[in-house]
Design a protein around this ligand. Structure first.
Ligand SMILES: O=c1ccn([C@@H]2O[C@H](COP(=O)(O)O)[C@@H](O)[C@H]2O)c(=O)[nH]1
Length: 254
């Protein structure tokens, strides 16, 4: 599954994901047209799209249609992988229902999950041949300091996901927020090359240099930027700028 990310990372010389967090309240046109424009203007510069389902659920039934049409558009015109940011976590029977929609119906490449309820809530996803999940480990919000950091949950989750990733052969990665960089080196030490999904750059103010210092040359990463690209007046130019600065640090560590 992660081959797809490696392939597009190489092809477009980019570890950047654009987040289609297309909040209709900030958009004056039809949301599907908005997404199509963003995709046409960015697909050759990035390694994938992350779509946060919340902004589509917010629109009601029409939102799910737009979500599906956006994914079809990405599939038709690009080879880029799609991450559905859904942050799900529920008992096995319910997880099976989520998994069916995401991997059978939408056929996305990865989803995000909340691993708090345990491994049995994650396994229903991993049973799908082409499934890949990113488990929240160290999130980018200030609330990471409520439970994840003081209770070292980020480390427990990293270790457990690392084991699971070996059993399920590269189907598991983790979410590592770019705003809490002081904990990232510990995560790196406990990860055998699991793929990291890194949000927090752009609107949330994560510092790119500090991020790369904390990663200590760890290469298996994808960096997401949503609002700072899609709501910029020139999303293509903004994508180029993010790509250039990210690549400057990523490649200088090679
Ligand atoms: O810890 C996390 C986990 C997920 N996210 C999601 O990533 C994007 C970030 O959007 P920006 O506009 O670039 O801030 C969004 O979908 C979040 O829900 C995160 O930020 N932090």
């Amino acid at each position: 599954m992660i081959d797809k990310y490696l392939k597009t990372r190489q092809k477009n010389n980019s570890i950047l994901l654009v987040g289609l967090d297309s909040d209709f309240e900030r958009i004056t046109e039809n949301v599907l047209d908005f997404n199509k424009k963003i995709i046409s203007n960015t697909h050759d510069l990035i390694c994938g799209y992350k779509i946060n389902i919340a902004f589509y659920e917010k629109m009601g039934p029409k939102g799910l249609e737009i979500l599906e049409e956006t994914i079809s558009y990405i599939r038709k015109y690009t080879e880029l992988p799609v991450i559905l940011d859904a942050k799900r976590g529920d008992i096995g029977n319910t997880a099976k229902a989520y998994a069916y929609y995401y991997f059978e119906h939408l056929a996305v490449d990865s989803i995000t999950i909340n691993p708090l309820m345990g491994i049995d809530t994650i396994e229903p996803y991993l049973e799908y041949e082409n499934a890949h999940v990113f488990a929240l480990a160290l999130t980018s919000n200030t609330g990471a300091r409520d439970f994840e950091i003081p209770d070292k949950l980020y480390l427990k989750i990293t270790r457990k996901m690392n084991e699971l990733n070996k059993v399920y052969k590269d189907k598991v990665g983790i979410v590592v927020g770019a705003t809490n960089t002081e904990y990232i080196s510990e995560i790196v030490k406990n990860s055998n090359n699991m793929l990291f999904l890194i949000p927090g750059i752009g609107a949330q103010g994560g510092n790119i240099k500090e991020l790369f210092d904390s990663l200590n040359n760890y290469k298996n990463i994808l960096i997401n930027v949503s609002r700072a690209i899609i709501f910029d007046e020139n999303p293509r130019q903004k994508t180029i700028e993010f790509n250039n600065i990210i690549n400057k640090y990523y490649q200088s560590k090679e």
